[in-house]
Design a protein around this ligand. Structure first.
Ligand code: TRP
Length: 453
């Protein structure tokens, strides 16, 4: 059997994981959640969850991947056998669904780069809303989806070193540099101080009053933004060749991801406040597109800022999408003996087809996103945490200690964070997620079916 691939360098692995983590979740989803959930109050809870839930859960996935050097299905079969191997299937299915609409949103982003180049952002909310509806569904959206998916297939098809590692070495530094540059620009806007007040002064009363909304939203976001819950980090860690400090790598990855999300807020909110857009109204999938276009249309050089900003989002989305595809591809290579390029092309094409409905009607984005995000991801994260925290904790403790000079009692701190807080919070989140999905299915979605069938 051919030798399995590995990352060429430690930096290569870290950049790939940062590339996976930093994506639409940071720049598209995070600001609209902050806007919708009350600004700084949400930010505080989110930061807390990233540290207490996200970081330990990332180490859970790293341990499973590096221990086995296999794809998620194979890894869980090797470590757990029995029913645990089916968890790998849940992961693959989740990745499939997420990528199918993630790519459609990636296509919208490409479209907004083009609109910027043509100087076409419409400067008022209503007009910008119409512009979004036109760009988001229909043949153009399918085309954008196809172009985005083709880029994902090309990178993953070239493999770990020549494809993914090579691509992220260019993309990730570019994302970081441009994001900082845009934040400095946003600082000079007249709406900046009002924006910082909204974004950075938490109101404890607000957290207490709205905790049933804020908690699950913050937990779900912490998971999504760190690419947890579907084996992406298991897969990337399975290509680590030697033993090095996983906790240290994880800290860098979580730190950079959080920094970029935070920076996205520093960019977006000053633009909103300067353009007279209320962040509390930026709800739903179209939020960032509509609000940004409306605000940018009013700024001098708004087209240029928008082109650069949406261009950065496109790169970030691409470096995340490749990790979603790699989960399924690694399974086909490891377990089915398929050749990489064939596996990539076949799976990529099927995912493209599955995503087409979401490019034709916005209601399907919610149908896919709520299910995959609020239910499947959280379920996957919950199960793998139970598995590592309670079933194979001795193996996990041994693995987390490899490459670490002096672990002390940190291993126990980690395993107990996984055993109780991570599991409890994920359980509550999934409970609330199922209710929300039921409401959606019997509400908005039923209405849509009633009107269209
Ligand atoms: N983390 C990415 C983002 O913030 C999305 C993503 C990539 C992802 N791979 C994932 C989410 C795996 C969950 C699981 O946009």
């Amino acid at each position: 059997m051919a030798q399995r691939e590995t990352w060429a360098t430690r930096t290569g692995f870290i950049l790939a994981a940062v590339g996976s983590a930093v994506g639409l979740g940071n720049i598209w989803r995070f600001p609209f959640l902050v806007g919708q959930e009350g600004g700084a109050a949400f930010l505080v809870v989110y930061l807390l969850f990233v540290a207490l839930i996200g970081f330990p859960a990332m180490l859970v996935e790293f341990v499973v991947g590096r221990r086995t050097n296999r794809n998620p299905v194979g890894a869980l079969k090797e470590l757990g056998g029995g029913v645990w191997q089916y968890l790998g299937w849940v992961f693959a299915a989740t990745g499939f669904i997420i990528l199918s609409y993630y790519s459609v949103v990636g296509g919208w982003v490409l479209r907004y780069v083009l609109i910027g180049l043509q100087g076409g952002y419409v400067g008022d909310i209503e007009g910008a809303g119409g512009q979004f509806v036109e760009a988001a569904s229909g043949l153009d959206a399918v085309l954008g989806h196809a172009i985005f998916m083709a880029a994902v297939i090309a990178i993953v098809g070239f493999g770990i070193r020549r494809g993914i590692e090579f691509a992220v070495q260019v993309m990730v530094p570019a994302i970081i540099l441009i994001a900082f540059g845009l934040a400095v620009y946003a600082f000079t806007l007249p709406g900046a101080s009002e924006a910082y007040a909204f974004y950075l002064s938490p109101d404890v009363g607000e957290i207490l009053a709205n905790w049933t909304d804020i908690l699950p939203a913050a937990a779900g976001q912490a998971f999504f933004t760190l690419s947890l819950g579907m084996g992406a980090m298991i897969t990337y860690a399975s290509y680590i060749g030697d033993d090095r400090n996983l906790a240290e790598d994880g800290l860098i990855i979580v730190g950079l991801d959080t920094l970029i999300a935070f920076t996205a807020g520093l960019i977006v909110f000053p633009i909103f406040f300067t353009g007279g857009v209320d962040p509390a109204n930026t709800i739903g999938a179209g939020a960032i597109f509509i609000s940004l276009a409306a605000a940018l249309g009013d700024l001098s050089f708004g087209w240029l800022i928008g082109t650069v900003f949406f261009g950065t989002i496109a790169i970030a989305a691409l470096s995340s999408a490749i990790s979603l595809l790699e989960v399924v591809v690694s399974y086909l290579i490891d377990e089915r003996g398929m050749e990489r390029f064939t596996a990539t092309a076949i799976v990529g094409t099927i995912i493209f087809v599955v995503g087409i409905p979401t490019a034709l009607d916005l209601v399907f984005i919610d149908l896919y996103d709520l299910f995959a995000n609020n239910i499947l991801l959280v379920f996957g994260g919950l199960m793998v945490s139970i598995f590592v925290g309670w079933v194979i904790s001795n193996v996990a403790l041994d693995e987390i200690g490899r490459g670490v000079r002096n672990l002390g009692s940190w291993g126990d701190v980690w395993i107990w964070l996984v055993r109780i807080p991570v599991i409890v919070i994920l359980f509550v989140t999934i409970y609330l997620g199922v209710f929300e999905y039921y409401e959606f299915l019997t509400g908005d979605f039923a209405d849509w079916l009633g009107q269209n069938l």
